[in-house]
Design a binder for this molecule. Structure first.
Ligand SMILES: Nc1ncnc2c1ncn2[C@@H]1O[C@H](COP(=O)(O)OP(=O)(O)OC[C@H]2O[C@@H]([n+]3cccc(C(=O)O)c3)[C@H](O)[C@@H]2O)[C@@H](O)[C@H]1O
Ligand SMILES: Nc1ncnc2c1ncn2[C@@H]1O[C@H](COP(=O)(O)OP(=O)(O)OP(=O)(O)O)[C@@H](O)[C@H]1O
Ligand SMILES: [Mg+2]
Length: 277
């Protein structure tokens, strides 16, 4: 498999995603969106696309730093706000998160990170109720496949335009859209604790894992064919087990089937199932 196979015609991607956002937001009578703008590349790309789809006046960015969030992240989020001329609100999550852990002082870094992500989700959904808008999602395909995100936290949204794009492709789309270089050039980080980096957390690079995921998913190659491409067997096994282990993050909760039409099992109409009057 050639690494260039991963790359897409980003003009075409843009041409698909802009009407996608417009249609998926407007078909229920909504006209505007809110999203968490972190200063990272994923939310910058989603924000840029949303402005192109709906207009700057219809996009609200929430900047939700925790007290350890880096100043650079905040600056980069501000850079996007200025570039796009959108409305922005700063709603730090430090007090909420710290109040929660005041009675749980021994909680691990993982638990703290998840509560941080879920506190941001609280803010986003509260604003969506306040303003009558929808929450735009920013989880990319690599994160969704690996389960590298907090369920009901940063993974929660109404509409996610980038969930079928690998991180490597996000970089390509960001360049195509003209996202400022400082956001593209820095290492991706969940920014949940000081100095965190996705690639250090995961123990492999996005280039390597996207190449492997592409062979597993798009090219449907089996283990032998993938190893013949020079992929390390331990790396293959690790990624495969992450994909399998985190399947639940990509599904509805399991529902005990008691009737002939169970939500999510036999009742699987599309989100826009027409109301019969
Ligand atoms: N088989 C199963 N079926 C259904 N539910 C299952 C389950 N196994 C666990 N669970 C449940 O899921 C929970 C674990 O999932 P979850 O709570 O999501 O948390 P978890 O997967 O443990 O951690 C989240 C991961 O995402 C990373 N993250 C978080 C936030 C942002 C970013 C970023 O890149 O910005 C990255 C974070 O560093 C960490 O590696 C368990 O505590 C359990 O309740
Ligand atoms: N400080 C923050 N303020 C607002 N939203 C945030 C903040 N931190 C995280 N988020 C939200 O959580 C999402 C998940 O973070 P994640 O790090 O995966 O994406 P990113 O920061 O946009 O890009 P990158 O992965 O390159 O850092 C973000 O896209 C954003 O919507
Ligand atoms: Mg980030």
């Amino acid at each position: 498999m050639q690494p260039q196979n991963l790359h897409l015609d980003y003009s075409l991607v843009e041409a698909i995603l802009i009407p996608f956002i417009r249609n998926e937001i407007r078909k229920f009578g909504f006209g505007s969106v809110v999203l968490g703008l972190s200063g990272g590349i994923d939310s910058a790309v989603v924000c840029e696309l949303a402005v192109r789809a709906l207009g700057a006046q219809n996009v609200l960015a929430l900047l939700m730093p925790y007290k350890t969030s880096s100043q650079e992240s905040i600056d980069h989020a501000q850079l996007m706000v200025e570039r796009l001329g959108i409305r922005a609100e700063v709603t730090p999550v430090s007090e909420v998160v710290d109040a929660f852990f005041a009675t749980r002082p021994d909680a691990s870094r993982l638990r703290r990170g998840n509560v941080m992500a879920r506190s941001r989700m609280l803010c986003l959904y509260d604003v969506s109720a306040r303003d009558g808008c929808l929450v735009l999602g920013t989880s990319n395909k690599t994160e969704l496949m690996l389960g590298y995100g907090t369920m009901f936290g940063d993974m929660a949204s109404a509409v996610n335009p980038i969930g079928d794009l690998y991180k490597t492709q996000l970089f390509g789309l960001a360049r195509h859209l003209g996202i400022p270089a400082p956001l593209i050039d820095k290492p991706p980080s969940a920014d949940l604790w000081e100095g965190q980096s996705d690639e250090a957390d995961l123990g492999f690079s996005y280039d390597a894992v996207d190449r492997l995921l592409y062979m597993m998913l798009e090219e449907r190659m089996d283990r032998d064919a993938i190893l013949a491409e020079g992929i390390d067997p331990a790396f293959y096994q690790r990624v495969r087990s992450m994909v399998v282990r985190n399947q639940y993050k990509r599904m509805m909760p399991v529902i005990a089937k008691l009737s002939s039409r169970t939500p999510g099992i036999d009742f699987r109409y599309a989100r826009d199932w027409q109301e019969v009057r």
